[in-house]
Design a protein around this ligand. Sequence first.
Ligand code: HEM
Length: 127
Amino acid sequence: MAYSLIKSLHLATIALTLALFVLRGAWMMAGSPRLQARWVRIVPHVNDTLLLSSGIALAVLIQQYPLVHGWLTAKFFALIAYILLGTIALKRGKTKAQRVAAWIAALLVFGYMVAVAMAHAPFPFGQ
Ligand code: HEM
């Protein structure tokens, strides 16, 4: 019961974080001031906190942990890479080319995390 509720929250926050990241990437490429809107600077952080919390709760429920189980270790390091690439894409990148490259790389890392989660394996492709 708790597991399926939390998993639904995890999946819903994953969908929302992806949608917001794609949208902000489009605004970044268009040079839109909407990227600086107040809600755009708040909502993704609230959602990402729920995403992380639900992931940690699921890990506790299934008793599998980063740095103990390979697939969650891979997810953990991929999450760090995703966050770093995301800040370069939306904030820190010095040129637009850098920001766009970081945005594409962040999306690839995100796809890797979904594949890792579905396969429960750190090398999910070609299995
Ligand atoms: C951008 C970040 C994340 C993405 C894209 C993501 C993706 C996913 C997906 C797609 C699933 C469902 C897999 C299935 O079909 O069963 C899942 C489940 C899960 N995730 Fe995440 N996740 C993220 C962050 C995290 C974090 C930070 C943790 C905790 C360290 C975590 C831990 C888990 C656990 C424990 C499950 C349950 C697996 C199971 O019971 O089979 N996730 N994640």
